[in-house]
Design a protein around this ligand. Sequence first.
Ligand SMILES: [Zn+2]
Length: 392
Amino acid sequence: MAGRLKHQCAGEGKRLLYTTIKARLYPTPEQAELFEKTFGCCRYLWNQMLSDEQRFYSETGTHFIPTPAKYKAGAPFLKEVDNQALIQEHNKLSQAFRVFFKDPEHFGYPRFKRKKNARDSFTASNHVFDSGPTIYLTDDGIRMTKAGIVKAVFPRRPRNGWKLRRITVSRTPTGKYFCSILFQYPAKTPEMVRPTPERTIGLKYSMAHFYVADNGAIPDPPHWLRASLEKLGKLQQKIARMVPGSRNYEEAVQKYRLLHEHIANQREDFIHKESRRIANAWDAVCVRDDSLLEINQAIKLANGLEPGFGMFRICLAYKLERQGKSLLVVDRYTPTSSQCSSCGYQMPEGVSYRQKSWTCPACGAVHQREVNAAQNIKEAGLQQVLRRPKSA
Ligand SMILES: [Zn+2]
C-alpha cells in the first residue's frame, strides 16, 4: 500500500515524495461546459481504445492500444479539449491492463465507461517550457491549458520547492467540481526507528468502536456518523415511497446525495486525524491483515455502515513511513481472538464475537475479547521485528 508512493533518487540522504492538495473549483459556465466536454471526450476515447484493444486481441492474439491521435480524424470534437487529458486516458487504460495482467484476482478486466455511473474526471500533466509551466496556481485560481484560470479555494498552499506534476478535475454526483493537485517534493530520508514493546501499539479492528487498542483505548466514538446514517436511512425509505421522476423525488434524491457526500467527508476527516494522532504518538503500530472487503460487506449488510478501516490502514502506513516508523501487519490467519494473551492457551472452540469477555481455563485470566486480540496482534507484530537482526 505504501508501495504506491514512488521513491526516486533525489541525491544523498534525500528522496522524492508526493502529496496532493484538493481544491474546490468554481468554474464559469463556459469553463464548466468545457469540463463536461472533456469528461465526455475522455469517456468516449476510453471506450474506443478498449474496444479496439479487444478487437486487435481477438484478431492477432497480442495486446495493443492505439494512441489518441488515431481517433481525431474520425471524431473532430476530440480536438476541442486538452490533448493532455486524452493522453492521460491512454496511460490510465494501459495501466489498467498492466495491473490486470499482473494480478487478475484483485484488478478486474478494464470495463467500458457508461455515462450514467462513470465518476467523471480527467487528468492532465504539467509541462514546464522556457515560457513557463502549462499548469500553475494563482492566488485564487488554477491556470489550466484550455480553460484558462479557474477560480479555486485551497485548503492549504504548496510549500517552497514543491513541484506541480499533475491535476485531476472531477465532478461529484451533487454537481460540485474539485481539483486534486499532485505535488512532488524532496524530503530527507528518515532515520529508521526500531520499535520497542513500550512504544508499540496493537490495534484490533472493531465493528462497534472502529478499533480497540491493546491498552484498552478506543477512538472517540464516531457518534456523528451514527446520527447522519440514521438520517440517511429515513431519507432512503422516503425516496422508496415516492414516484420516480417527480419533482419531489428529484429534490429528495439530491438531498440524499448531499448527505451521503457529507458523511463521506466526515469519515475521511476522522480517518486522517486519527491516523495522524496515532502515527505521531507511537513508534510502531501492529494490525492484522484482515480481509477488509469481506468485513465491509458483512458490515454493510448489518447496518449500512462502511467503516473505512482499509483507508485508515493506508493512511497509517504512509504517515508512519515518513517518520521512519513501521506498520507491522500480522498474517490474517493468526488466531488472535481465541488465544490467551497471558499464557498462550488456545481456546479449542474459538471465542465468539458475541462474547464481550471470557476467562482462560488454563491460567484464569479474564479477558476483554477485543483487547485480548489487540494484545496478541501487538505481540505477533513485535515478533516480526525482534527476530530480525539489528542492521535490518
Ligand atoms: Zn491463559
